[in-house]
Design a binder for this molecule. Structure first.
Ligand SMILES: [Fe+2]
Length: 309
């Protein structure tokens, strides 16, 4: 069969208590000690202690043992050491940036309560005539449905791309000028994003919510606690088409709410393209803040990596 999305991720931070409080307020459900679930995907986030912030692991969900074996063989062909786990999963270290990539057998996420966007009034189509918009009555935090993607930087962009495509079997959905690439292992436009940058660091995780109103409502709740969490939003990306809003957790990682991401069924023709840099970030939204492209702590991370090597 095949891969079908991200199963979970492990985030390493120096301040576990503060960071877990953020993800509670972000709308994830705490199911164990620093373990968080989404509404549809079960446990998808683990927060662990680390001297500096980093993505410790991302796990890719596979249908069956054949998928795991295929990746095991590809890893061997690339001289990567593979660790076998008791549950049949395997893991290996991404050779450039050192993130652990796990391949694990999981049932596909079934979104048993499909969300249909609410009818809206539009020119010539008063589809919500005679009623107030239901969204104005929604309260409380967003409730992310699943983990959609992770995005990290690499100082050897081509090498990190090869790991994703040739070892894990990801497909390229869109790229921009050798600076950014979006790759998928499911119908989602991207499950991993890669940025070409001299210092390897974790950029963001992204969490699916129902619609653009839920993005706004989630933002409202997070920023009511601490307005300095606001990084960039609301906007619509060009690559992937999704609405987005990004926030900074207390360790410095970004977390994104997204809605309306492009879907690419397995058998669909998809015109993967290399886009000009002006398309790489967004179709519309606020001006891109410097901290989004170059987070404030990058030099600190570079120094920590230097010390660790
Ligand atoms: Fe994203």
């Amino acid at each position: 069969m095949s891969l079908h999305g991200l199963a979970e991720m492990t985030l390493g931070v120096p301040n576990v208590d503060e960071t877990t409080q953020f993800y509670r307020e972000f709308g994830l459900s705490e199911t164990g000690d620093a373990v968080f679930a989404t509404a549809d995907g079960g446990d998808q986030l683990r927060v662990v202690e680390s001297p500096f912030r980093r993505l410790v692991e991302f796990a890719v969900a596979a249908d069956d043992a054949d998928d795991v074996d295929r990746i095991r063989r590809a890893a061997a062909a690339h001289d990567l050491d593979v660790t076998d786990h008791a549950d049949g999963s395997i893991s290996m270290i991404e050779p450039i940036v050192g993130i652990r990539a796990k391949v694990t057998m999981r049932p596909r996420i079934v979104q048993a309560e499909p969300y249909v966007w609410q009818a809206m009034n539009s020119p010539g189509n008063p589809a919500r005539s005679g009623t107030r918009a239901p969204a104005i009555f929604h309260e409380g935090p967003a409730r992310p449905r699943k983990l959609g993607h992770v995005l990290y930087t690499s100082p050897d962009f081509e090498g990190s791309m090869r790991f994703l495509t040739d070892v894990l079997g990801f497909k390229v959905s869109d790229t921009s000028a050798g600076m950014i690439a979006f790759l998928r292992c499911s119908p989602d436009h991207h499950n991993v994003g890669l940025i070409n940058a001299p210092v390897p660091f974790f950029h963001h995780s992204s969490w699916q919510v129902n619609d653009v109103d839920e993005i706004g409502q989630g933002a409202q709740n997070l920023l009511a606690v601490d307005p300095s969490r606001d990084i960039w939003g609301l906007g619509r990306h060009f690559l992937g088409s999704n609405f987005f809003w990004y926030f900074r957790d207390p360790a410095g990682n970004f977390a994104e709410y997204y809605a309306d991401l492009d879907q690419i069924p397995d058998d669909a023709e998809w015109d993967a393209r290399d886009w000009a840099p002006d398309k790489s970030l967004y179709a519309w939204g606020p001006t891109v803040p410097k901290a989004f492209v170059h987070p404030d702590d990058v030099e600190e991370i570079a120094a920590a990596l230097q010390g660790a090597s």
